[in-house]
Design a protein. Sequence first.
Lengths: 320, 320, 320, 320
Amino acid sequence: MILEKQNKIENNPLKYEDYEGPELKHGQVIVKVQANGVCHSDLHIIEGDFPLPPELFPLIPGHEIVGEVVESKSDIQIGERVGIGWFYSACGKCEYCISGKENLCPYATVTGINHKGGYSEYVALDSTYVSRIPDNLNSVETAPLFCAGITAYSAVRRLNIAPNDRIAVFGIGGLGFYGLQLIRLMGGKACAITTSHKDVAEKAEAAEITDKPSGHYDGAIVFAPNSKIVQTAASSVKSGKTIVVPAVMDKIEIPFSSFMWEKNITSVASGLRKETRAILDIASSEGLISMVHKSKLSSANEVLNNLKQGKVKGREVLVP
Amino acid sequence: MILEKQNKIENNPLKYEDYEGPELKHGQVIVKVQANGVCHSDLHIIEGDFPLPPELFPLIPGHEIVGEVVESKSDIQIGERVGIGWFYSACGKCEYCISGKENLCPYATVTGINHKGGYSEYVALDSTYVSRIPDNLNSVETAPLFCAGITAYSAVRRLNIAPNDRIAVFGIGGLGFYGLQLIRLMGGKACAITTSHKDVAEKAEAAEITDKPSGHYDGAIVFAPNSKIVQTAASSVKSGKTIVVPAVMDKIEIPFSSFMWEKNITSVASGLRKETRAILDIASSEGLISMVHKSKLSSANEVLNNLKQGKVKGREVLVP
Amino acid sequence: MILEKQNKIENNPLKYEDYEGPELKHGQVIVKVQANGVCHSDLHIIEGDFPLPPELFPLIPGHEIVGEVVESKSDIQIGERVGIGWFYSACGKCEYCISGKENLCPYATVTGINHKGGYSEYVALDSTYVSRIPDNLNSVETAPLFCAGITAYSAVRRLNIAPNDRIAVFGIGGLGFYGLQLIRLMGGKACAITTSHKDVAEKAEAAEITDKPSGHYDGAIVFAPNSKIVQTAASSVKSGKTIVVPAVMDKIEIPFSSFMWEKNITSVASGLRKETRAILDIASSEGLISMVHKSKLSSANEVLNNLKQGKVKGREVLVP
Amino acid sequence: MILEKQNKIENNPLKYEDYEGPELKHGQVIVKVQANGVCHSDLHIIEGDFPLPPELFPLIPGHEIVGEVVESKSDIQIGERVGIGWFYSACGKCEYCISGKENLCPYATVTGINHKGGYSEYVALDSTYVSRIPDNLNSVETAPLFCAGITAYSAVRRLNIAPNDRIAVFGIGGLGFYGLQLIRLMGGKACAITTSHKDVAEKAEAAEITDKPSGHYDGAIVFAPNSKIVQTAASSVKSGKTIVVPAVMDKIEIPFSSFMWEKNITSVASGLRKETRAILDIASSEGLISMVHKSKLSSANEVLNNLKQGKVKGREVLVP
Ligand SMILES: [Zn+2]
Ligand SMILES: [Zn+2]
Ligand SMILES: [Zn+2]
Ligand SMILES: [Zn+2]
Ligand SMILES: [Zn+2]
Ligand SMILES: [Zn+2]
Ligand SMILES: [Zn+2]
Ligand SMILES: [Zn+2]
Ligand SMILES: [Zn+2]
Ligand SMILES: [Zn+2]
């Protein structure tokens, strides 16, 4: 599905056309796409909310890719299943790359923006940055782990959960669903604050499900893209605790009374390989649940239209 | 100097009167005050910016106290020199107290508010919470370490400075003067951002002194009580780095573009005993410099008036 | 049960005699003992493997105490249930006490050595150091948490378990039983290395149970008091990983080839209040299982005799 | 200087012969060697203490290399100065490489063993793993930083030095000389334990220089390859503190009484790029001193003979 120019999704800007397959460079693999999760960011990319320079077009979106290696100029074998998320590659030698923080590399490139992404049949990926898929995971359920999953994982890991820590989760959508499960699997008590998504919180086996925060939390994660909710989160954690904000919003604004007493507020830039491998390992052995709905790649415009209108429950995954 | 009722400093609300000396309880010491630093918070307490319940009056302010023990119902000997800061005591058994974070104890009491403070000749202090003064330190220069000093120390320690990290310091007054010195003594490069206080930064041997932040800092401390400066600080540190805000202001407000990329923002609640002992140890062996001006205790109203009008350079210390 | 003089347990050195009840000091509580776990150290204390000065006698052993408060000169109410372990009290102001490491305090005193312990009907405890017992825990099953439990907890916490880390546990007795459960509850994979206690490992729901270590572990704990096993543990963890040794033995001896590659070896001095409270909280909410056998206090000599002869399975708990 | 076969240094096994210059591969640079430090490991490699497979011969030793880039198939420019140490390259994708611990990579290769090293005029280096040399550093003094320097740096960093921590250093040779300086530059008090090298400790401006450890250290580093000294170090640090052992010996053996109370013992596998860059940065801005003696490359056998006989003071650096 090729995007010639950024345009409103209502105009069906993605065209289902033949595209000359990717060229295989040294260190790369060609992957036959089996599943590509549809992320809300795709909508922003397609509709032009993120301005992009003309040389990136025609562009193929998609950054939650799982597929099978069909060609390789690397040590990955043909037939192996691999996946990639938002971060396509990094420089490998800057101060971030050499410190295990490749997601902060200033030379990082992005799947579905700088490189043709997963809304297609074949993609060329860098063998150094892909992750292998454990055999017992199916491709459709695994694809969303590559963006939604690792973002939630990264947020939860920032909290250094001690056993039985009560962690408040604000925003119980796709990421929150993973977040609640991961808090529980790491020994914490997942506390969902939600009015409309109690069913999702129950499915994630949250320890507490409430409309309003009860307070005295040992940490909080804000998946809802709303500055007011960051304020609520900050005022509901204990002194000395951390509020992680993986959501994107226009600003952070907190009254000082909710910030003082050594509270910490931090954002998340997702995508470390070690986090990706960790969540795949957890999914493989612990039975992390994904809520997915499978659609045809050719229906991508329609799927994104539904997403925009809030009609999508769980994660849509496109299959070529 | 007794405060009967909160009132503007212009009205000389502190009265120099005889006050029945403090009673000595089990575990306490009576200290003959040798020096008491004048903190900006004293002004807020006296003028009523912090509302206080009537049962706390008459009140004696002062929370940067150094003096000699003259009576003791504890293992501290008569003749020893000790000091106390903002935190007078904590409960000793809450989750914070048992984790080395007594400054977050919800039962903490405050010197000069809950207990008669250092604007006097004698104070009763809790032997568990005072710190001994190393012999080679003089009382007048040491008093300001008990609030200004440890707040700066605590802020600097939050940054986990690696050798040669460039740390931006915004607000080069009394706390900033200590902050710059401490960054240098911990192996970092102290970068003072200041237009009006370059002389102070030079005296602190700052590695860089500029009007405007050059950016790419490995951390930042905001001693200036100004939300705009927190924004500037946030946008001038590298990805993944921390902005420590010991200053008090009405709110934290930062555009998301300056917050994303895993930046951390945190506040400081000063007063750990281990921090106090550390800064006394540093002062004793490394020659940490204080900028102090000695005044008579009886001139407290006048000194505070000058402080309010911005006429004080360095730290005023009252001597009975 | 009073010990006049250290002596072999076969000689029934503990006498069941009336003892003048403890005196209640400021800050203390008198506790009616409901349960006291029998620890292997008790045997060493009684038999004289730890030489003790004469002024400590007559001595009453016992350092896994749970009981009800019947008198109080503190903020703990009569009727509350509390417990205490090996560490009876610490100084509250040394560098360890003020850093949340009271278990390293050089002035710490020990229950059942410096103070009359739990082999009795009433004990006087320091209200600052006891821990409250959650209502849904029964006293007999809870008593062993105060030494066996927190030692295991402390060992596991030293490993900073990441999700799915494979942790090898050597020595699957009472402590190992808790250790395996805690590793699982903190999100790790508990790997029991045992030939004779596979049933215990199964009851603890260990993820892997083997005769011999498979290697490549992300950490190891050695509960078996045997220097050879420390060697085995060191050679079976990955580079950069930690071997925790809560067991006591005469020396640590490891070939350099098993130590190099940044491995870490560390011991455990149990007893932090925050660890005690954490394990009580986990037991209360997660259903941590204890394996206990109840005996009469008056049969203490017999119980210790059985322990010495290796006839005890699980933990013996004495009830007055 | 080519080594055809491992042999005693007395037999002058290194031959000064023409060797076909290295071939330039994708991602590599050709470096004209300006200086190569002589490390004690070179002697072990040459004399056969480390058995090496025949396919590695003829071998060119040398792993403290600084030189100028004369050809490049990478983003490093001709004319830039770069250096490399023991670790020549790592895999870039194993669990260690993606966590900033490339020195533990099981696929790491070694300069002067797996690749022709610095006892030569030209070497081919991997552009991803070399470090750029700051302009104000001269090549001869900088070369030893690439093995001796970063090993000392890595050891010191493992101690998480708090301001004024007293750190004991055992073994005051080349590495110890760097170690003492680095402890001081990171805000600690460097305590040299030495009988024969007090002059070196003085030159490093150690805070304490003694024959015997005074005890109560906040950490210790053992640069002397001697198991007895590890025992001494363990017994002379405070409870809860760390003993770092960068030296290589046959075993670690410590009485339990010196190990208990939560002491930590750990080894060092040197070579992280971030550590290398950090020490170069420190050398560039802080004036870290090297003690070097320059010799001709062609005299390598003689220099190594002197090293073996203990005649070398400071670090020998070979210049082509
Ligand atoms: Zn996404
Ligand atoms: Zn959106
Ligand atoms: Zn990079
Ligand atoms: Zn103050
Ligand atoms: Zn408290
Ligand atoms: Zn015990
Ligand atoms: Zn025993
Ligand atoms: Zn203590
Ligand atoms: Zn070397
Ligand atoms: Zn690797």
